[in-house]
Design a protein around this ligand. Structure first.
Ligand code: TMP
Length: 207
């Protein structure tokens, strides 16, 4: 089972990925957690470039290709082999982030992006995508107070983050069976409980 987490920065994805991993392991599952960009040696090197705020000049196509290079390596090196071994994979972001940020946020052609993503993922899609929904203002306030890692997207306007969020909602409307929307403005415990209930149903877990 391949589960991805999506949402704006500050939606609490990273915390919830870790909490779900712990919970699944207590149920005896073999769990691999990944994050994008990164998750491989090459991907982590690309992540450092992508998050470096001194690269303010980065062209949108260069940015796209770096995210995609990181993902291609992640799919080849981690996702496919572990899925074959029967592990549960939890990924902090996956291809939907590219559609949301580079497509809806930056305005790159969605049809082209879908073709590119299909090639680099070998058509692989998550079985379940948990969307941690939060409004951009609240997400920003959380990031400022949490001392989370800062990245280049933090320099973008609130309008940009609104477009990204609207993009996510569009993606959810297109594939409602794959996505579950989680209210990320609730407390971390409430969010974790909601996620566990969803995953429990999908994995047919009891107890
Ligand atoms: P994060 O690791 O803190 O989630 O930060 C990753 C940032 O990169 C976040 O602002 C979203 C952005 N991003 C894209 O723009 N496109 C992508 O394909 C991915 C994976 C992330």
């Amino acid at each position: 089972m391949f589960i991805s987490f999506e949402g704006l920065d500050g939606s609490g994805k990273t915390t919830q990925v870790q909490r779900l991993a712990v919970w699944l392991r207590t149920h005896g599952w073999d769990v691999l957690t990944l994050r994008e960009p990164g998750g491989t040696r090459l991907g982590d090197a690309i992540r450092a470039i992508l998050h470096d705020q001194t690269y303010a000049e980065m062209d949108v196509w260069a940015e796209l290709m770096l995210y995609c290079a990181s993902r291609a390596q992640l799919v080849a090196e981690q996702v496919r082999p572990h899925l074959q071994n029967g592990s549960v994979i939890l990924s902090d972001r996956f291809a939907d982030s590219t559609l949301a940020y580079q497509g809806y946020g930056r305005g790159l052609d969605l049809g082209f992006l879908r073709t590119l993503l299909h090639a680099i993922t070998h058509g692989l899609q998550p079985d379940l995508t948990l969307y941690l929904d939060i409004d951009p203002e609240r997400a920003l306030a959380r990031r400022r107070s949490s001392g989370e890692e800062v990245n280049r997207m933090d320099a973008e306007s609130i309008e940009f983050h609104r477009r990204v969020r609207a993009g996510y909602h569009q993606l959810i409307a297109e594939q409602p069976d794959r996505w579950v929307v989680i209210d990320a403005s609730a407390s971390p415990d409430q969010v974790a409980a909601h996620i566990q209930a969803v995953v429990k149903a999908r994995l047919n877990l009891s107890g």
